[in-house]
Design a protein around this ligand. Structure first.
Ligand code: SF4
Length: 503
């Protein structure tokens, strides 16, 4: 659920930071396909949008604050020459909205021109920045993407492209899916644990790398496969194919399970799973684990819709006790009892407490006849700070609901994310340090249940250890200062990790 609390202006809920794309085509300009792909990835970042292309002689860049549709005009696209390029949509986390952090980051070094689009977050960027700054590198932003660019540029002075990327991967620690342009060569890199998604698609006249397969669909392309964790993909500049280099092998992955639950488009396929189907299956599990017999089941639109459909589906087959339903038992009615105002975005700003409290009324309007005199189960994908849940329960009760039961299609969020999701601080999270019963009381619901982490792993057909569950367990798959890890990981020793020259 998206909600806000506190005194300073803020955006609501959890927000994915970025979407990335890269294309290499056979002769045709890349700018327009990149532009359409960014449209398809707009849900992953709404603060800035940018494209960098290369025409074989020089690099062209256009990066603007704002939505994709506002950031580019016809003239801008016309100046972005070249059949190879990368793009980016961004949602910055740290307070200020700063154009120096908008991407793609582009720069020209002695080793050629580089453009970088990054989704994720490094946890050792400061150490590398300090080391590079001491060696004379001047930084123009405080973003971790520029750190990667400088490190790569330094390596490219001495090594070929593949080895340079491998050495940079040996030094950076954290989550990253990158699309990179090195002159007119387009690369895709996914961190060794594959935390954020990145996939490869085939177009009529070339290849594409994108955060989500929905961007490939938009260009009438075919999803080829996900980029593997630790893999470098180099698109061939004639648009004929791509080369793959498995640069780092790691025993376990750390896929962000929230991509499936919350961030990705339901029509995207991530790590071989259609997001919509995953959400439906999570909803089914939710019924199996904590179903409650009520008159009506309704989603919080749009985030809870697929979960609620799966939940109601399972509820039509079995009772809350797991028994098969009798032929004359219709089970639980699925209804759309909450209408969403589509003109209130996912990231609207609510400057005052009073306005924040009004937020739920701005976004959701209940259909009284569906609710009045009924017992209601309302289903969503998450509770972050809890303000919206509280208001929603109140709203339903004001509409005459006799009971309001809340079911959440993911485990409770108890800790922040350090891997590129703008979530909340521990102090702001309603579930941090509270039991489910205490949260139920806080939001004034008749009952509350979350899905278990085992159910998530089961539905995503992954071992728990191959998922990042940091925000729901407080144990992370990366070495983060002051936090626990759930596996044997440690940061690279940045000062001394240059691999042997023949590696
Ligand atoms: S901490 Fe949570 S949101 Fe962040 S990467 Fe891990 S699972 Fe995803």
């Amino acid at each position: 659920m998206t909600d806000g609390r506190g005194e300073t202006p803020r955006r609501t809920g959890m927000t994915e930071k970025c979407g990335v794309v890269g294309v290499s085509l056979d002769g045709r300009n890349a700018a327009r396909p990149l532009y359409y792909a960014l449209y398809a990835l707009q849900h992953r970042g709404q603060e800035s949008a940018g494209i960098v292309t290369h025409d074989g002689f020089q690099q062209h860049s256009h990066v603007e604050m704002g939505l994709v549709g506002d950031a580019f005009g016809e003239d801008d696209l016309d100046t972005l020459n070249g059949a190879a390029g990368i793009g980016h949509v961004r949602y910055p986390t740290a307070g200020s909205v700063d154009s120096s952090c908008a991407q793609p980051f582009s720069v020209s070094f002695k080793s050629g021109s580089l453009g970088l689009s990054h989704n994720g977050n490094l946890v050792n960027a400061d150490e590398i920045r300090d080391e590079l700054a001491a060696a004379g590198h001047a930084f123009t932003s405080d973003g971790d993407t520029e750190v990667i660019a400088h490190d790569l540029a330094r390596n490219l002075l001495e090594e070929d492209l593949v080895r340079a990327v491998k050495h940079t991967m040996g030094r950076i620690h954290g989550s990253y899916s990158l699309t990179i342009s090195h002159d007119d060569t387009i690369l895709g890199v996914r961190d060794p644990q594959g935390n954020r998604p990145l996939c490869i698609g085939e177009l009529e006249d070339g290849y594409i790398l994108a955060s989500e397969s929905a961007a490939i669909d938009t260009l009438d392309g075919e999803l080829v496969r996900d980029v593997r964790p630790g893999e470098l993909v180099v698109l061939q500049d004639d648009g004929e194919g791509f080369d793959s280099y498995q640069l780092v092998e790691q025993e376990n992955t750390a896929h962000c399970f929230f991509e499936h639950v919350y961030f990705a488009r339901p029509d995207s396929v991530i790590d071989d799973t259609l997001v919509y189907e995953a959400r439906r299956s999570l909803g089914r599990k939710l019924w199996e684990e904590s179903g409650v017999e009520t008159d009506v089941v309704m989603p919080v639109p749009d985030s809870g819709r697929a979960f609620a459909a799966g939940y109601a589906d399972a509820a039509s087959e079995t009772t809350a006790d797991g028994e098969s339903r009798a032929a004359d038992d219709d089970g639980v009615e699925f209804a759309e009892g909450l209408m969403k105002n589509r003109y209130v975005g996912r990231t609207f700003i609510m400057p005052t407490q009073d306005e924040r409290e009004r937020a739920v009324r701005l976004k959701l309007n209940p259909i009284k006849s569906t609710i009045e005199g009924k017992t209601v189960t309302v289903i969503d994908d998450s509770i972050v700070r809890g303000t919206t849940s509280t208001q929603l329960v109140q709203l339903l009760k004001d509409c005459g609901a006799e009971e309001v039961h809340v079911r959440i299609g993911a485990p409770a969020i108890v800790a922040p994310c350090y891997m590129g999701i703008d979530m909340a601080t521990r102090e702001e999270l309603i579930a941090a340090g509270r039991s489910t019963d205490e949260i139920r009381d806080a939001i004034d619901a008749d009952s509350l249940a979350y899905l278990s982490t085992d159910a998530v792993a089961d539905v995503l057909e992954e071992d728990r250890i191959d998922l990042c569950l940091g925000c729901v367990t407080g144990e992370y798959p990366y070495d983060i200062e002051g936090e626990e890890t759930d596996r044997d990981v440690s940061r690279p020793d940045v000062g001394g990790t240059r691999l042997p020259a023949d590696d």
